[in-house]
Design a protein around this ligand. Structure first.
Ligand code: ASP
Length: 439
């Protein structure tokens, strides 16, 4: 049978009404055999995620303060779901145990992980599926890194005995049995790990948007959803700030050749976005797949006559950045100039010292820093095959009266990256979107 692994995010499991939608989705396809659940998210914009409430409990205990009120609020989130679903399921014992464990300092990660643990217990009951505790199938090494092999073996073995199961996202166990979580949003990673172990035909990631959008909806009005995106394109887009998935969620399924389908729990009929390894074809009307931008960058421009002949010049500049723990974003260079684009916030910690160290190391004729720069990436696997894309991008920006400060076309021809003033980012994004997307 075609096994599908389905992960539901916090907003998809925030209350009983959403649990019903989730159950309808799971039951609509018998292939949806393994469900990964997040903790209850926000029910409206003023609400608090259960995970955040659990972190707050942990902090209260650390400060020797009372957690009764806060914990009661958490308990009520779960009890109201159980009540509204009409389930006869008593989690009172579980809640008492957890409260006690948090009070007795069982750790920050343990506290946070209970959000997905409890939600998954309830969902398993509601669906009539088995419950597999993530602590028995997801493992970390002594140094805190994720133990891929041990996890895959244990997970495969467990899934083989359970035809239908719910697995809590976000956490696993350390070698000594204590709980450790992935970073925030980590249920996406759990879903990907389960999909690989189950040899799923697809990893469905259900959230509250209809897939990835071609541009940031805060900048472009009603941007189109992206139907198909490759993992590499997605990397480019998410690096520039478009977030749909936890970064680490890509690797397990990508290596196994399993596509990810981003779907909307509130609009299950929408096809969402397919994230795939490779696609031979590309939509002919979509030369570009998406546009994403990133603000808060600075350009360090270093000039020196005959720089091109000086062996090791670039390495020495980058070595200084390395010494100060600053990663660089881009490296456009000319014959006698080299520019390094870095995050302003990273540079700010040691600005003067970094510039002095570069001066000492390469003795430039001049070195200047300009802040307030943004990068805009136009990403699309279709660009390789269509002529004139760059010209269209630059024309659109010029027509909007925007000055381009830097251009970098990735050698893969997967993206064109443009440096502009931060204040021009919104106008440039809209200009490019209008050029390529005809309504
Ligand atoms: N509940 C966790 C968080 O809020 C993990 C997740 O939802 O993926 O980050």
């Amino acid at each position: 049978m075609n096994i599908k692994v389905v992960k539901f995010g916090g907003s998809s499991l925030a209350d009983a009404e959403h649990f019903r939608r989730v159950a309808a989705i799971v039951k609509a396809d018998p292939g949806r055999r393994y469900v990964v659940a997040s903790a209850p998210g926000k029910r409206d914009s003023s609400d608090t995620k259960v995970t955040d409430m659990l972190y707050q409990c942990y902090e209260l205990v650390r400060n020797h303060e009372d957690i009764s009120e806060q914990f009661a609020r958490i308990a009520e989130r779960y009890n109201s779901i159980i009540r509204d679903l009409g389930l006869s399921f008593d989690i009172g014992g579980e809640l008492d145990y957890i409260k006690n464990a948090i009070l007795h300092h069982s750790g920050r990660d343990y506290a946070a992980s209970r959000g997905e643990y409890l939600n998954s217990l309830i969902l398993a009951k509601y669906l009539g599926f088995s419950f597999i505790d993530a602590e028995s199938v997801i493992f970390f090494r002594e140094n805190g890194s994720f133990d891929d092999e041990k996890t895959n073996a244990a997970m495969r073995e467990e899934l083989a005995t359970r035809p239908y199961a719910v697995i809590p996202g976000f956490y696993g166990a350390m070698p000594n049995g204590t709980i450790k979580t992935f970073s925030r949003g980590g249920s996406d990673v759990t879903g990907s790990i389960v999909a690989r172990a189950a040899e799923a035909s697809v990893y469905e990631n259900w959230t509250d948007v209809s897939g990835c959008l071609m541009a940031d909806p805060r900048i472009v009005k009603n941007p189109r959803p992206i139907r198909t995106v490759t993992y590499r394109e997605l990397r480019e887009l998410s690096y520039m700030g478009a977030t749909v998935l936890h970064e680490d969620a890509i690797f397990p399924v990508r290596n196994a050749g399993i596509p990810i389908n981003i779907r909307n729990t509130n609009d299950p009929a929408a096809p969402g976005t397919m994230i795939v390894s490779a696609t031979g074809e590309y939509d002919s009307d979509a030369v570009i797949t998406g546009i994403a931008g990133k603000k808060g960058l600075s350009v360090i421009t270093i000039e020196k006559d005959m720089m091109n002949a000086e062996i090791g010049f670039g390495r020495r500049v980058l070595e200084v950045l390395e010494d100060y723990g600053i990663s660089f974003e881009h490296l456009p260079s000319g014959v006698d100039t080299m520019s390094v684009v870095v995050n302003t916030s990273m540079l700010d910690d040691h600005r003067e010292r970094v510039l002095a160290a570069i001066s000492r190391s390469v003795h430039p004729d001049s070195i200047v820093v300009e802040d307030g720069m943004a990068l805009l990436a136009v990403v699309g696997r279709g660009m390789v095959k269509s002529k004139g894309t760059a010209a269209r991008v630059f024309d659109a920006i010029a027509s909007a009266g925007i000055n381009i400060r830097m251009i970098d076309q990735g050698s893969s021809e997967l993206n064109i990256i443009i440096g502009i003033e931060e204040d021009d980012l919104n106008a440039a994004t809209n200009a490019i979107y209008r050029e390529f997307v005809k309504e």
